[in-house]
Write a protein that binds this ligand. Structure first.
Ligand SMILES: C[S@@+](CC[C@H](N)C(=O)[O-])C[C@H]1O[C@@H](n2cnc3c(N)ncnc32)[C@H](O)[C@@H]1O
Length: 251
């Protein structure tokens, strides 16, 4: 069980910030509706209690198989998202069980719900990872497109995150209208940091964390970047895309 990534601390934070994160989760839902699967089977990884998911989208699936490390997530997810047609829950490591689940559910779409960028945090804070471990993690994340070849899959994940200063009135503005950039291809971290300097009244400072997810999608896969005002003093650049089986032969 990871306490830096999930668990009671995450549930408390997500519950308390629900109003501040509403606009972002609506933007995410719009992206799922425009580009994601609607119906069939869904393998849903790292979803916690589904704080950033809308029940109506989940209800479109005939069956959902959810996997999270967090033992609390199952009950809270069921409470938050009633009326799902079929929901199976596994407590465990989704990356370790990925290949077995793909074999067991050959037609299922796959969604990594803000968990891939958490692996760097877990490695750094809980496993005291070395540079070599982090390089291995980055490499294994960049191998996902191969492992998922032929499948309809998507991910929302952190790319970089770090400390900011911003007057609270301006913070509210971005909370209600999070900044987003559609991009036909991958953007390097340096570009994400440059975009920060375009945000009025935002002052990024200190060290920004690279979540090691820049290779999760093939470079030519279209995607959206969302600037998440996670907390008044700490923001994240999220990256999100859906990969269709017909377009995953790139790279
Ligand atoms: C930042 S939270 C996001 C949770 C959820 N997507 C939401 O919006 O509320 C990350 C979640 O991923 C889970 N997680 C992290 N690494 C995981 C792994 N390897 N396998 C399964 N779940 C994982 C954590 O337990 C946590 O619930």
């Amino acid at each position: 069980m990871s306490s830096i990534s999930g668990g009671s601390r995450w549930h408390w934070r997500a519950w308390r910030n629900a109003a501040n994160w509403r606009a972002l989760s609506k933007a995410v839902d719009g992206f799922h509706r425009d580009f994601g699967p609607q119906g069939g089977e869904l393998l849903l990884f790292g979803c916690s209690a589904g704080w950033m998911l809308q029940t109506a989208w989940l209800q479109s699936f005939s069956s959902i198989i959810a996997v999270d490390l967090d033992p609390l997530a199952k009950h809270l997810f069921r409470l938050r998202h009633p009326g799902l047609k079929q929901l199976a829950w596994h407590q465990g490591n989704a990356l370790d069980t990925l290949d077995a689940l793909l074999i067991a559910h050959p037609q299922a779409a796959i969604y990594f719900d803000n968990m891939l960028g958490q692996q760097a945090l877990i490695e750094l804070h809980e496993l005291k990872a070395s540079d070599k471990d982090l390089a291995l993690l980055e490499k294994s994340l960049s191998q996902l497109p191969q492992r998922l070849r032929g499948r309809f899959w998507g991910s929302l994940h952190d790319r970089v995150s770090g400390p900011v200063r911003m007057p609270s009135s301006e913070f509210k503005r971005y909370v209600h209208q999070p900044l987003s950039h559609r991009s036909p291809r991958a953007q390097p971290n340096a570009q994400l940091v440059r975009w920060l300097s375009e945000v009025e009244a935002l002052q990024a400072h200190g060290e920004w964390l690279d979540h090691l997810t820049s290779g999760v999608f093939h470079a030519d896969n279209p995607r959206v970047y969302l600037l998440w005002p996670f907390a008044p003093q700490y923001w994240h650049w999220l990256e999100m895309a859906w990969v269709k089986p017909s377009t995953d032969t790139l790279g």
